[in-house]
Design a protein around this ligand. Structure first.
Ligand code: DAH
Length: 344
């Protein structure tokens, strides 16, 4: 019997040493140590042993069981270790791999210019006002001293929705809206950025929809020199300190006198180049002293207060500032164009 136990130990240990799978290990445990296993099977014969032999065989049996259990325990531990190792290896993060790039958007160049212009005027004490893009004929034209059939309406071909409602052709109606909202109280000091619409065919310098920034100041004793000083301050901040301006007499129905403002060419500094058509100057905005009738229609007494106003095209400023040659780049959403402004 002792030999059978020794043989069993030998056979079990050999077989266990080959095991490479936890499932097989469990099968072997049942095969050797289970209730109907090989060891139990042999020990069942102990009843036929003498009293002297029984404890000896019993002890050998225990040793065999302990030896087999020890090897199974070791194997189990080995499998657990192996599994942990495998899992750790599979879950390893290579911190040296390049990361997934999160591409952030950028502010559109036109909005960038609007923000910059707003900052400049806010720095001079202006507040930002807004008005509707769908506007009445009254605010867009009549209250700005452009009665029906006035020839100056031809300067701005319009998208009419009804006879009395249109897409605003300019941000100037916000002047009247602001004056009325202020109820005749001065001072008024606003700029108004916004989209405007005209029946133009799109080309390199025209678009049926574009952006303007309007400015309006009303107070006692506002003079043309205040307007000129304000605009000089503005252009030197947006185009550089060396920039100069000149005012040319012009006509707008809502200002008197009216002027067109030129800046020294942003490219050649005023010597003359292709950009400024050799003149040294670039036109950038219209302005003037608020017409007394417009002040009246806005609810102000022209004998008490005076004001100046100006209006500029944002696209034009952006074209000049960034040296862009076609206004359509702003609307076609080509990322090769737009992404250039991400870093500016
Ligand atoms: N609204 C004019 C336009 O669209 C621009 C303009 C000129 C606005 C003179 C003004 C101004 O406020 O005083 O052509």
């Amino acid at each position: 019997m002792k030999e059978r136990l020794e043989a069993l130990r030998q056979e079990a240990l050999e077989e266990l040493n080959q095991v490479a799978d936890p499932g097989v290990l469990n099968d072997l445990r049942i095969k050797y140590l289970g209730k109907k296993g090989a060891l139990t099977e042999i020990l069942r014969g102990m009843g036929g042993l003498s009293n002297e032999e029984r404890p000896i065989i019993g002890q050998v049996g225990n040793e065999v069981r302990a030896a087999i259990e020890a090897v199974i325990g070791e194997k189990q531990e080995q499998f657990i270790r192996q599994e942990t190792e495998n899992r750790l290896r599979a879950e390893t993060i290579d911190v040296t791999l390049p990361g997934t790039k999160v591409s952030a958007g950028a502010v559109h160049p036109l909005n960038k210019v609007v923000q910059e212009i707003e900052d400049i005027f806010i720095g001079m004490g202006y507040t930002v006002a807004e008005g509707p893009e769908v506007e009445t004929d009254y605010y867009n034209f009549e209250a700005l001293n452009l009665p029906k059939n006035h020839p100056a309406r031809d300067m701005q071909d319009s998208f009419y929705i009804t006879d009395e409602i249109l897409m605003r052709t300019q941000t100037s109606p916000v002047q009247i809206r602001t004056m009325k909202a202020m109820n005749g109280k001065s001072p008024v000091k606003i700029i108004c950025p916004g989209k405007v619409y005209r029946r133009d065919d799109d080309d390199a310098t025209h678009s049926f929809q574009f952006n303007q920034i309007e400015g309006l100041v009303i107070d006692k004793n506002i003079r043309m020199s205040d307007l000129k000083g304000t605009l000089l301050q503005f252009v030197q901040q947006i185009f550089g300190e060396q920039t100069q301006i000149r005012l040319r007499p012009s006509f707008f129905p809502f200002t008197e006198p009216s002027a067109e403002v030129d800046v020294t060419c942003v490219q050649c500094g005023g010597h003359g180049c292709r950009m400024c058509k050799q003149s040294g100057w670039l036109e950038i905005l219209g302005c003037g002293m608020v017409h007394p009738r417009v002040l009246e229609m806005g609810g102000y007494d022209p004998n008490e207060v005076s004001g100046f106003a100006f209006g500029m095209g944002v696209e034009r400023i952006a074209l000049l500032k960034y040296g862009i040659d076609d206004i359509r780049h702003f609307y076609t959403n080509d990322l090769r164009f737009l992404s250039q402004f991400a870093r500016m």
